[in-house]
Design a protein around this ligand. Structure first.
Ligand code: SF4
Ligand code: SF4
Length: 82
C-alpha cells in the first residue's frame, strides 16, 4: 500500500531525503507522495521511513492504493531494475 501525506503536513521537508525511491516531493501547500513510486519501503526497510521521521504523524496508509507485499516488491524491482 502506498502512503499518503495528510493536511497535517507543515512542509518541514524532513521526510524527503528518507525515501529510497524519491517518491516524495514538495507540493503546493504540503508535501506529496507519488503512489507509483512508494513501495512502503519494502525491499529496503522494515518500516516506512518517512512515516517514522514525520514530526506531525502526517504520513499514513492510503486506502486508495492497496497492494500486497509481493506487488510492492515488484514495484521496487520495476523502479530499481533489480
Ligand atoms: S513509505 Fe518509503 S517508499 Fe513510500 S514514500 Fe515513504 S519513504 Fe518513500
Ligand atoms: S516530515 Fe511530515 S510534516 Fe514534514 S514535510 Fe514530511 S510529511 Fe510534511
Amino acid at each position: 500500500m502506498a502512503l499518503i501525506i495528510t493536511d497535517e503536513c507543515t512542509s518541514c521537508g524532513i521526510c524527503i531525503n528518507e525515501c529510497p525511491n524519491e517518491a516524495i516531493s514538495e507540493g503546493n501547500d504540503k508535501y506529496v507522495i507519488n503512489p507509483d513510486l512508494c513501495t512502503e519501503c519494502v525491499g529496503f526497510f522494515n518500516e516506512p521511513q518517512c512515516a517514522i521521521v514525520c514530526p506531525m504523524e502526517a504520513i499514513v496508509p492510503d486506502p486508495e492504493h492497496k497492494e500486497t507485499k509481493e506487488e510492492l516488491l515488484e514495484k521496487k524491482k520495476r523502479i530499481h531494475g533489480e
